[in-house]
Each structure stands twice: as structure tokens, then as C-alpha cells.
Design a binder for this molecule. Structure first.
Ligand code: URA
Length: 220
């Protein structure tokens, strides 16, 4: 499997917070956008556009604030997420939650979602399903309008910035991509697999904290 899971995906349509054109897809009051987000979440829960819908227990849509400053973007739900219907609630999620807690007030409001909304059988990432699912990601981000995205791992990074170098050479530093500001991190599952990667994860989370704390993000 290549690094780019959605080779035909257009990253142009993802709108981050710096796109506040009147009439843009993301326009509207916070209340209207929240209502639209809830309607979209319901649409995702009912989705049958790809074969993953037949094997899922339930779709896994989003967790977090409806006005997030930062959105963490993972790959796909695992077994526990499929069971609970919530992203990042398994082992990787526990590590992510510890990182989030350690970021403290520097983080502000945040959200968590995945490229794929349904668990792929055997946790094998499905690029074709990711292409089908892509519009949901774009619509979610257009409504949430975060200031920056934190892609977790190579697949999320490649989906949000197909031009990016491999994850290990870009994780832990902010980068301006066509979609807006990204701060890639390695996937927490990778951090759970080796001590070296765990150290890298912790180091990069501290770098994220400095970046967020510098508050440059508010004026970019
Ligand atoms: N890994 C992911 O990428 N997403 C989840 O929700 C859980 C594990």
C-alpha cells in the first residue's frame, strides 16, 4: 500500500478557518453550522456508499467540540471504536488522550475524527473506501472550521497533504499545506509499538504544545 491512500482526492476542497468568504460552504452562524454538522453526522451513520457499511457495527463520526481550534485526523476506526461508535477510544486513543491532557490550556477546544468512518475488516486500510468517504471529511472540516489539523500517521498526512515528505521527516513541525496549517504527528499506534517511536511521539507532542502556546495560530 502506498503512502497516498486517496490518490485522486482533491485537498483543495477542505476548508480551514482562514476561509471565511461569505457564501462559502462553511458560512453561517455557529448554531446553524452545529445543526448542519449533526445532520451530516446522521447522514454518515446511515451511509451505505461502500462495502465497509456491510461489515461495520456502526459508523464512527466525530468526538469533540463543535468549534474546535484543532482537529486530530486519524485513519480508520478499530474494533473498540466500531463497538462504541466513537473515534480513538481503544489503546491508541488512550495515548492520544494522555497527550491531549498534557497539552493543557495551550490546546483549547479540539476534535477527533478519521479519514474512514467505518472499520475496515482486519483493520486493513481501504484506499477505495477512503476515496468514497472523502467528501464526508471535507464537509466535516468545512463546518468545524478548525485553525489547524493534526494528521496522525502517514495515511492521514498523505490524505491532507499529498506533497508531504514521509511522516518521520515531517512529524513534529508545523507546515502550511494547500488545505491550511498542519502539524503532523506519528500515529499513536506506532508509538505503542516501540520505545523509540514512543520517545518520538512524546518529543513531537511537546513541539505541538510550543506551537499551540505561541498562539501564532490565531493571527495566521
Ligand atoms: N486508529 C485510528 O486511526 N483511528 C481510530 O479511531 C482508532 C485507531
Amino acid at each position: 500500500m502506498g503512502l497516498d491512500p486517496v490518490p485522486n482526492a482533491s485537498s483543495r476542497q477542505v476548508q480551514l478557518a482562514d476561509d471565511r468568504r461569505p457564501g462559502a460552504a462553511s458560512a453561517g452562524s455557529a448554531r446553524e453550522r452545529r445543526r448542519a454538522f449533526e445532520a451530516l453526522s446522521e447522514e454518515i451513520r446511515r451511509c451505505t456508499r461502500c462495502p465497509l457499511s456491510a461489515s461495520r457495527t456502526q459508523a464512527v463520526v466525530y468526538r469533540g467540540s463543535f468549534a474546535p481550534r484543532i482537529v486530530f485526523v486519524g485513519e480508520a476506526p478499530g474494533a473498540e471504536e466500531d463497538r462504541q461508535g466513537v473515534p480513538f477510544v481503544g489503546r491508541s486513543g488512550k495515548l492520544l488522550d494522555r497527550a491531549v491532557a498534557s497539552l493543557g490550556p495551550a490546546l483549547g477546544e479540539y476534535g477527533v475524527l478519521n479519514l474512514l468512518k467505518c472499520r475496515p475488516p482486519g483493520n486493513r486500510f481501504d484506499p477505495s473506501a477512503a476515496r468514497t468517504c472523502r467528501p464526508y471529511l471535507e464537509r466535516q472540516l468545512a463546518l468545524l472550521r478548525p485553525r489547524a489539523l493534526v494528521p496522525l500517521g502517514a495515511r492521514a498526512l498523505a490524505a491532507l497533504d499529498p506533497t508531504a515528505a514521509p511522516i518521520l521527516s515531517v512529524a513534529g513541525a508545523p507546515r502550511r499545506a494547500a488545505v491550511g496549517w498542519l502539524f503532523p504527528l506519528i500515529h499513536p499506534a506506532a508509538a505503542l509499538r516501540s520505545r523509540r517511536r514512543k520517545e518520538r511521539w512524546e518529543h513531537d507532542v511537546r513541539a505541538l504544545e510550543s506551537w499551540l502556546g505561541s498562539s501564532r495560530l490565531e493571527i495566521l
